[in-house]
Design a protein around this ligand. Structure first.
Ligand code: ARG
Length: 583
């Protein structure tokens, strides 16, 4: 379906032509004076200069050519504005078409295109922290949005599974259990199927090793060597690595499932490793990579740079590959295997320089075409009420599971105290509300900005919060349940001003979602549903719905709020949460 703005722009443009002026002046915008009109066209003011006449004269001529059936108001007002209001019939038809169309008739402009959304990015064997939470929440939402517009969107978790943390764990394990067969270089038998640690042991080993590395230089060297040997293919280390992966991934899947975050692809840095030697060799041969102080680097500075962009390091002087190397090799792999049309990376904005270097290196070396659409969305920090990065009460780094547990406990208390649902539904309802509180609390902020994590505010049932949106949906659901079969009721002309506002809000779905995708801003989805929920609640308070005696009118009210509910539910699905039955 065409967006309303495009439909009426076309009509007004035609009216300009019919009145003898150029079509381009007829572009319509959403009114910035909603008290006066819904849409407006200011083109007569610009046209007046070109045609050397009074703007109001042009506006009058254009208005005369407009079809009055589409508008309940089309006025030329001084000095030359054209103010428009849609007619009831136009709105009714448009909404009825939305109701019957697949996905409310949004244009599937992504059809036939593949996009890779690289998000999550957890590091295997290291605890997940809240930076990873933001990446997961924002990335999942944008991926869903891509899919909604018809893209073949592939969410790739891009595991950090190839770095120093692996060497640290191996070195620490060797100090603790030197007799394990993994460390015996002469061992040629098969390695045990059972891992030499549990997930809780693994969770303890990594921080212990990381702490030791800081104080003990010999240990740090050992860990670096182990990392290098792992990457070079030492059998026993690869076997330990597999164990670490298996144990850690099982745990990770649970956490992401709980968050309603799902990846199409579970590849990681290690999967890019086989692509590194040929890629590096090729870059050396073609002179893309040059030697600098024993390392191989790709110079990526550009004349127009305002800040210095240092060369992208490809191979360190000790011969090892780094983060940028695996990111470049991952692009090689993706282009070979999937040939995506577009890539989007979602991490903390502190990685902005890394991605700038990697993107430039990829284009310079031809891994990506020079005009390839590749973006990095760098998000801000989640802060505590003190304005500093969010910490535990004891001052430590907040782990993801703990944050989710705290929010869930907080919501559960409310659910139980207010006797919202029967005892056997408490958990399910609590989980849904907590997820909405957490995700909406995050997503309602512009991703690039820092925000303050405020449990009370995020979990409140009133205000611009996830639970408020859920509450609105649940309210409609309960009205619909009391009404009975509503699924096939057609949309009627607006019965009052509140109905019309609600209808207008519903028509803004497609433009809101489109801007959200084009600017990587799920916050625009939040802003949209907050407005829509407001229109629903206003209509609900001003209109007797179930007690309306005129059955025809009542059916119209019901079909309208049902459509609003479906739109709201679609939008929260795009944000990655869902509504309970009762609240
Ligand atoms: N593992 C990285 C981290 O924790 C994030 C990975 C992001 N994706 C990428 N392709 N570099 O910082």
């Amino acid at each position: 379906m065409q967006k309303i703005l495009d439909i009426i722009s076309a009509k007004v443009q035609q009216a300009f032509v019919d009145a003898g002026y150029e079509a381009s002046y007829g572009r319509v915008t959403v009114s910035n004076r909603p008290d006066l009109c819904e849409y407006q066209c200011n083109g007569a003011l610009a046209a007046a200069k070109a045609y050397k006449c009074a703007p109001i004269q042009i506006a009058n001529a254009v208005v005369e050519k407009l079809n009055s059936g589409d508008f309940s108001m089309c006025d030329a007002v001084m000095p030359g504005f054209i103010n428009l209001k849609l007619s009831d019939a136009f709105l009714q038809n448009y909404l009825e078409e939305m109701r019957n169309a697949e996905d409310f008739g949004v244009e599937k402009f992504g059809a036939g295109k593949t996009v890779i959304v690289d998000y999550g990015g957890p590091n295997v064997a290291k605890p997940l922290h809240i930076g990873h939470l933001r990446s997961a929440i924002i990335g999942e939402s944008l991926k869903r949005l891509y899919k909604f517009f018809g893209y073949n969107a592939i969410g790739d978790i891009h595991l950090g599974d190839w770095g120093l943390q692996m060497g640290l764990i191996i070195a620490e394990l060797q100090e603790r259990q030197p007799d394990l067969c993994y460390f015996d270089e002469n061992y040629t038998g098969a390695y045990p199927a059972e891992p030499p640690f549990t997930i809780s042991e693994l969770e303890e080993i990594y921080p212990a090793a990381a702490a030791k590395k800081k104080e003990d230089e010999a240990f740090a060297d050992k860990a670096h060597t182990a990392t290098y040997e792992l990457q070079s293919g030492r059998r026993g280390y690869r076997a330990i690595w597999k164990h670490i992966m298996n144990v850690s991934l099982a745990d990770m899947r649970k956490i992401y499932d709980n968050l309603n975050v799902h990846f199409e692809s579970w590849l990681g840095e290690s999967d890019a490793d086989p692509y590194i030697p040929a890629m590096v060799e090729d870059m050396k041969v073609r002179g893309i990579a040059v030697q600098s102080e024993g390392a191989w680097v790709i110079p990526v500075a550009e004349e127009t740079d305002k800040k210095e962009v240092p060369p992208c390091i490809l191979i360190k002087s000790d011969g090892s590959a780094i983060y940028a190397t695996t990111d470049l090799a991952t692009m090689v792999q993706r282009m070979q295997d999937l040939g995506p049309d577009q890539m989007l990376y979602i991490t903390d904005k502190r990685q902005a320089l890394h991605f700038e270097q990697v993107f430039r290196a990829a284009k310079k070396s031809g891994i990506l075409p020079g005009d390839y659409p590749v973006d990095h969305l760098g998000f801000g920090t989640m802060n505590g009420k003190d304005g500093k990065p969010f910490k535990t009460r004891e001052g430590g780094v907040m782990r993801l599971e703990r944050l989710i547990a705290e929010m869930t406990d907080f919501v559960r208390t409310k659910v139980v105290e207010n006797k919202i649902v029967a005892e056997n539904e408490v958990e399910e309802t609590t989980k849904k509300i907590a997820m909405a509180a957490l995700k909406y609390g995050d997503l309602s902020n512009q991703p690039t900005k820092d925000y303050i994590f405020d449990m009370d505010r995020f979990a409140a049932f009133e205000g611009n919060t996830g639970p408020y949106i859920l509450y609105t949906i649940v309210r409609i659901k309960s009205i619909l349940a009391r009404y009975g079969a509503w699924e096939t009721l057609p949309i009627q002309a607006p019965a009052n001003a509140y109905a019309k506002d609600l209808m207008l809000a519903i028509t803004r779905l497609a433009p809101a979602l489109e801007s959200a995708l084009k600017t990587f801003s799920p916050n625009l989805i939040c802003a949209y549903i907050y407005e829509l929920a407001g229109a629903v609640n206003k209509f609900y308070h001003e209109t007797r719905i179930l007690t309306e005696e005129n059955e025809q009118l009542k059916a119209g009210y019901i079909s309208l709020i049902a459509l609003a509910k479906n739109v709201l539910e679609q939008c929260i699905d795009l944000l990655g949460f869902s509504a309970p039955e009762k609240m």
